[in-house]
Ligand binder design. Structure first.
Ligand code: G3P
Ligand code: CA
Length: 290
């Protein structure tokens, strides 16, 4: 299957790699787990706070009674006041958990969002999503995620990514128009062949795996594929990634990367990193109003 173009980012085109580094467009800013340096990860507040990002990355998995939730870990322990596996708890329990207090008292009362709520908020804010389907899933679970994207009008504003190849195969089968990305912790011997086989539009490796082999970026882009490494918060690494020509950077510091990109574009000197200011209560208000 020929790879589709990742049209959420027009610069994700093969011609990019032919341009000298100084002329390449800035890597797209992708807010990892929402704006997770300012708000508790994967909450509505974190999605609302990610206004400076080009895409918002969130994670999804399913409760015991089949309700999709936005949560990174397999268990509730780290980011909520609950315990145990999400897949072993029913929605009535999960809906009542606090997913904000662990981060800051300012976010007390933030919930583990249902995917439905996260999609509704994203649609209302005009956001684009990089939706990671966590862990191996049943086809029925993937079908529910796809159905919720469709119902929310977010199918064409989302790239669905996963480490799990079966998840991508199910998604491609269920919604051929949905753009897909392959997550990798290590590089394949032939990344282009693997990406083509799966019909993805982007190959998203751990930056630590890609950094020793930056030539792989050009190989993938020449095949029409985007390259979007994760998860990088260090401006020194952003410089290296920009020189390598990556199409996007998944970061916990989305606001800072956006300002850093702007500074690079307007200055020949090393850009100054402008730290994010706290906007917790404001993000809570925006999330609550949506
Ligand atoms: O988007 C890629 C990245 O999120 C994958 O790692 O563990 O943060 O979901 P993780
Ligand atoms: Ca993720």
């Amino acid at each position: 299957m020929a790879p589709a173009q990742l049209t959420v980012a027009p610069q994700f085109a093969p011609a990019v790699v032919a341009a000298p580094p100084a002329d390449r467009p800035a890597p797209r800013v992708i807010a990892h787990r929402g704006q997770s340096s300012l708000a508790p990860e994967n909450t509505l507040a974190a999605i609302a706070a990610a206004s400076s990002a080009d895409l918002v990355e969130i994670d999804v998995d399913t409760s015991a009674d089949g309700v999709p939730y936005v949560l990174h870990d397999a268990t509730l322990d780290r980011t909520t006041d609950g315990t145990g596996a999400l897949r072993e708890h029913v929605s009535h329990h999960v809906d009542g958990l606090d997913a904000g207090s662990w981060f800051s008292p300012a976010f007390a009362g933030q919930r583990v969002p249902r995917l439905t709520a996260a999609l509704r908020l994203s649609a209302a804010r005009g956001a684009r999503l990089l939706l990671e389907v966590k862990r191996p899933q049943t086809r029925a679970a993937v079908a529910r995620y796809v159905a919720e994207l469709r119902e929310a009008g977010m199918l064409d504003r989302t790239v669905l990514q996963s480490f799990d190849e079966d998840t991508l195969i199910h998604a491609r089968d269920l919604a051929p128009e949905l753009r897909l990305a392959l997550l990798r912790r290590t590089l394949d011997a032939d990344p282009v062949a693997v990406a083509r086989e799966l019909g993805v539009v982007a190959y998203n490796p751990d930056w630590d795996a890609l950094a020793p082999r930056p030539d792989v970026v050009g190989d993938l882009q020449a095949a029409g594929l985007a390259v979007v490494p994760w998860t990088v918060d260090d401006p020194a690494a952003w410089t290296t990634m920009r020189a390598a020509g990556v199409d996007g950077i998944i970061t916990n510091r989305a606001g800072e990367l956006a300002r850093w990109n702007a500074a690079v574009a307007t200055s020949s000197a090393a850009p100054t990193l402008v730290p994010d200011a706290g906007l917790g209560p404001a993000a809570v208000r925006v999330a609550a109003a949506a």
